[in-house]
Design a protein around this ligand. Sequence first.
Ligand SMILES: Cc1ncc(COP(=O)(O)O)c(C=O)c1O
Length: 378
Amino acid sequence: MSYKIPLFDLNFDQSEENAVLETIRSKWISTGPKVDAFEKRFAEMLNVQHSLALSNCTVALHLAMKLCNITDGDEVICPSLTFVATANAIRYVNATPVFADVVDINNLNIDSKDIEQKITSKTKAIIVMHYGGFACEMDSIMDIAQRHNLRVIEDACHGPLSEYKGKKLGTIGDVGCFSFFSNKNISTGEGGMLVTNNSRMFERAKLLRSHGMTSMSYERAKGHSTTYDVVELGYNYRMDDIRAAIGLAQLDKIEADLKKREEIRKLYVKALNKIDSIVVPFTNHNGFSSNYIFPIILKNSNYKIRDAVREKLVKAGIQTSVHYPAVHRFSIYNDLYSELTNTDYAADNLITLPMYSKLTNNEIKYISDHLLKAISNG
Ligand SMILES: Cc1ncc(COP(=O)(O)O)c(C=O)c1O
């Protein structure tokens, strides 16, 4: 279905096309110099020591679990109001996700108080997810981690260049994970990045990315090494140069894109101020956000009312989404069901409105007017 206003629009132009063409013509299309350059620039932009390009963020999260030595029987505390991959990564290493609630409907990030309550003798790590690019309470979370000797993994898929007290998200915990899936702030189709300031973890991640091999084919092609050993059971989690070239073109545009998104958020907040029956989460948030998405939450509502509002917006040609159905309510997590009051309310009453840098003032007005109409008509 084509919408008058889609949820998301790619920030692509001739530069991505040129980047792909140039890479194809270079005749080196798998992991190579473009991946090297993409990693280097990403690390510089985040002011982090190491960054490793991967085939997607799900595998970055899996590697993060391996790097933190999470294994059978361990528990990892994570949010439920996230994409399912955040929790699945914990299961990949036979550990158990323990879901913590979000702070409240104004702050959809994991609640540090609930994290602390859920710590047991089996807890080994905390995965935070910076919802929408708005930073979690990292001071409290890092303090809890230090007191209980836990690792911290940041699922920073929503927040490239977002900040917490001057530090880029993804660089505060032990490992940060990013996604470049097609609807993300930086899009390469599929793609991910793992960042860390821990050199030992980085070296191990590099091995695990490519079958546990001590060198990669482009290093051998450059004559740096002629043979290799396999020292650990690794995977093929590599990014190719075609995607890295698109990533480099996207990095040229990211700062301007995020500035526009900031303006769009302000326009939305102003336009939606007149609707008493909704909450715009993170209204009082301090710190730069990538504004990956623009969620609103209906007050005194339920999922039936929410779904009816979304249906009316579809009729007006406005695409919306729900970030996210709560992970702890999915069938595969039935055995781990727990009472997460705020997460449940958010998941049932949240609507993600369109957000991308090309959204116009008129389109924001159109969306806000139709939202008001859809809510007022009951
Ligand atoms: C919060 C979050 N975590 C993990 C992922 C997984 O990323 P990928 O699709 O690159 O594997 C996504 C992407 O949708 C996400 O939004």
